[in-house]
Write a protein that binds this ligand. Structure first.
Ligand code: HEC
Ligand code: HEC
Ligand code: HEC
Ligand code: HEC
Length: 101
């Protein structure tokens, strides 16, 4: 998408020439209802979309900063103890990436 979907090329009240404040910016195109369940993940509730996504581009699916499981382990370093099958995926890359901070 063009740069001006999110940035004003001339001037703005917001940092990085963003057209509106961060969370409102994301919800100007993405339906807010998908982020407003009874239980909202704290980083999402805090509007910290950038904890997991890049607004521009990444090598991972869904504009994620890291592979999904590695992304989760960054804030949940002890979440692998149960070894519930889905948490083992992808085992090799998660172990290789580790969680050194
Ligand atoms: C979907 C919204 C969106 C689009 C489209 C977008 N940007 Fe951004 N851009 C952002 C956000 C959000 C930030 C602030 C990131 C932060 O603070 O972590 C940012 C930051 C920047 C910065 C500041 C440096 C940085 O990386 O923090 C530059 C320069 C920039 N964008 C250029 C561009 C250009 C050039 C394009 C078009 C090729 C573009 N952006 C398209 C949302 C967008
Ligand atoms: C100007 C409209 C617009 C804005 C503003 C915008 N997006 Fe998007 N975004 C899109 C479109 C269009 C797509 C591709 C179609 C879709 O997945 O809905 C997309 C896709 C995405 C995807 C999925 C990419 C994929 O590969 O599935 C993520 C994650 C995302 N946006 C996050 C954000 C975040 C975080 C912000 C706020 C910084 C933001 N977007 C702001 C229009 C926008
Ligand atoms: C804790 C990490 C995390 C945070 C914080 C986060 N996301 Fe995501 N997001 C993901 C993951 C993981 C996926 C891929 C989900 C999938 O494949 O089902 C995703 C997918 C998406 C998508 C594409 C699929 C969809 O559901 O439409 C959009 C758009 C999106 N996120 C927007 C946002 C916005 C906007 C915010 C901030 C309000 C946000 N995300 C905060 C982890 C996060
Ligand atoms: C930016 C930090 C951050 C990231 C990244 C993150 N989380 Fe969280 N998550 C939190 C915080 C903070 C809490 C609330 C405190 C706690 O339970 O640890 C939480 C809580 C949770 C909970 C418990 C919710 C409840 O109501 O008990 C689950 C499940 C969860 N996260 C799953 C995930 C998954 C899956 C991912 C990867 C897609 C992920 N988290 C990535 C910060 C994060």
């Amino acid at each position: 998408m063009g740069c001006t979907g999110c940035h004003d090329p001339h001037s703005s009240k917001n940092a990085k020439l963003l057209k509106t404040k961060l969370l409102a910016l994301c919800f100007s195109c993405h339906d807010k209802t998908g982020f407003a369940g009874k239980v909202v993940h704290p980083p999402v509730a805090a509007g910290d979309c950038m904890a997991c996504h890049s607004p521009h581009s990444t090598d991972e699916m869904a504009l994620l900063l890291k592979k999904p499981v590695a992304q989760c382990l960054e804030c949940h370093p002890n979440a692998t103890h149960g070894q519930h099958a889905p948490s083992r995926q992808p085992p090799v890359s998660v172990q290789a990436k580790g969680n050194t901070g």
